[in-house]
Structures are given as structure tokens and as C-alpha cells.
Design a protein. Sequence first.
Length: 125
Amino acid sequence: MLTKKDLIDYCLTFPGAYEDYPFDKDSAAANAWTVMRHSKSKKSFAFIFERGGFININLKCEPMQADFLRSVYHSVIPAYHMNKVHWNGIIVDGSIPDEEIFNWIQNSYDITKPKNKVKINMNNA
């Protein structure tokens, strides 16, 4: 079964990814939520935390895929403290193959990564 460290380490393999601990900085729970972000935009692509005795990870997902995954896996639920249409919560209880979770992390990273802006040179128009 994946650990919090396993999930963080995997997220850090993506270009420009970094871990952040933005919540409750003055409390003992400062490390309770790990937010994985893109360095260029600071956008989040994963929230990793413990809840109900299990590690959980919230990941961004296309709405139709989110609904499908929730219907297939009992450990995929609407994300805790997130937009329920665009974010899934995964309870890491061993019921979902690690590779599936890694694929969903990749998908969330891809959905949230900064878009390349196309610059138009008006001098050559």
C-alpha cells in the first residue's frame, strides 16, 4: 500500500513540481496536508493528507471521468474540501492498484500545468 512519502516522491518526479505546506502553519497539524504544486503557476495538482486512518489524495479530473471512477471504485469519492465536480478523493486503502493512482496523478498534473502562451509578433504581420 502506498504511503504519504511514496505519493509525494512520485509527484516530485514531474518537471517543476514541488511540495508545499500552506495550512495551519502555527499548529501541530502543519504537515497534515501536503499540497503538490507547479513551480511556474503555483497551481495545485494534488493534496495529500490523512483522514479516517488512511492516506487520502485529492486529484483534479475531468467531470465525466470523475463520475466514472467513482462508480467503479468504492475508494474514489468526491474530494474532501474541494470542488466535487472537478476533483476526486482517493482513499489509499490498497483496493486500487498503485499504477492506477500514479496514472491519475499524471492526469491531474497534466490538467493543471501552465499552458504555453503563443506570442504573436505584430511587427511581422
